[in-house]
Design a protein around this ligand. Structure first.
Ligand code: CP3
Length: 343
């Protein structure tokens, strides 16, 4: 059995101090990230440069001593490996070729043809498995099918995932077919990350909150359950974190319904609510608002303690409710970590 604190929490242990990492911990709020990104040229070149991607993954570990490192990559690399065109508009975000027709769906590559494109990502994982401190857990990840599909259908981020909802209504077969293609490819992608050395994997369903009722069951719960069952069949001891962001009541029972070992909670729900409704049945991760990393001060310390205290009776991994933003101050991260660890 390992002593790594993140793995202990994921097994259900209640630790005196929760282990801690932060979504987007390698990112633009760090000057050393901006320097390495400039060296790589652009964001996608950084993702596919294994040495530099490993370097930016390690930067927040060196600076802060987080208990986990998350592979530096992006959820949109999988659509690219499936054959979608992908680029990033400076200051705006991702752009992809759109997918709305049966012919476009049929034109995607199969799940076994993604690895040539993604080989540099597996290489990054291998470097990290070698170079991380012994006590640091390495987390791999992928986007959940609904969130990835929403980008592939619209060709960009959308506030309400309108184009994806529209295709779901207009052409259910093409929509479901796309969800299935992503689901199957995600199993292969994550399995390769695990073979390369990832110790935990996380599924990011950033737009789960816009799926309601039966749609939430069909397109957030079921694909996650399928991916998790397939991964656990191949890697029985692999812990899996699921993040159905803004699921609200959908967080209740999500771990049981999907087989996830831990549910990551966003900051639209209170930690007291999540402790009572979600943590009673297993490990949770979260859920400090990322805005405190910008505003700091006594509110940051108070709200950090509030999250730690609310979750103190059960297994907990401290994290933000969503990614840290580029305008955050690196010093506020230090203050948050001190407040968690009681320094
Ligand atoms: O968390 C980490 O440090 C690991 C790396 C990571 C990135 N993206 C790096 C990144 C992870 C886990 C992701 C996941 C991701 N990517 C999600 C799910 C999580 C979430 O934030 O909801 C989504 C939806 C994406 C798609 C994506 N990538 C968007 C919408 C954007 C543009 C928005 C932005 O922040 O610029 C990205 C770009 C991106 N991915 C950056 C980073 C560090 C910023 C790129 C840059 O350096 O310019």
């Amino acid at each position: 059995m390992t002593d790594k604190t993140i793995l202990r929490a994921l097994r259900g242990e209640v630790l005196p101090t929760p282990p801690i990492w932060m979504m987007r911990q390698a990112g633009r709020y760090l000057p050393e990230y901006r320097a390495t990104r400039a060296q790589a040229g652009d964001f996608l070149s950084l993702c596919y440069n294994s040495e530099l991607a490993a370097e930016v993954t390690l930067q927040p570990i060196r600076r802060y001593g987080f208990d986990a490192a998350i592979l530096f990559a992006d959820i949109l690399l999988l659509p690219q490996a499936l054959g979608a065109k992908l680029w990033f508009e400076n200051g705006e975000g991702p752009r992809l070729s759109t997918l709305t027709t049966p012919a476009e769906l049929a034109g995607l590559r199969g799940k076994d043809d993604i690895h040539d494109t993604l080989a540099p990502i597996y290489e990054t994982v291998k470097i990290l498995a070698r170079e991380l401190p012994r006590e640091t857990t390495l987390i791999g990840f992928a986007g959940a099918p609904w969130t990835v599909a929403s980008y592939m259908i619209a060709g960009r981020g959308t506030p309400d995932q309108g184009p994806a909802h529209a295709l779901k209504s207009a052409d259910r077969a093409t929509f479901s077919g796309l969800i299935d293609v992503i689901t199957d490819a995600t199993v292969e992608y994550l399995s390769m990350q695990v073979k390369a050395g990832a110790e935990v994997v996380k599924l990011f369903d950033s737009w789960a909150g816009s799926l309601k009722g039966q749609d939430f069951t069909d397109f957030a719960v079921k694909p996650a359950a399928k991916i998790i069952a397939a991964l656990k069949a191949r890697h029985p001891d692999l812990p899996i974190i699921a993040f159905p962001r803004e699921a609200g009541d959908g967080y209740i029972g999500f771990a049981q319904a999907t087989g996830a070992d831990c549910v990551a909670i966003d900051n639209s729900v209170s930690p007291e609510w999540a402790a009572e409704k979600v943590q009673v049945t297993g490990c949770v991760q979260g859920n400090l608002s990322p805005t405190h990393m910008v505003t700091g001060g006594t509110d940051l310390v108070r709200e950090t303690r509030r999250v730690v205290d609310a979750f103190a009776k059960g297994p907990h991994i401290f994290n933000l409710g969503h990614g840290i933003t580029p305008d955050a101050s690196p010093d506020n991260v230090t203050r948050m970590i001190e407040a968690v660890r009681g320094a």
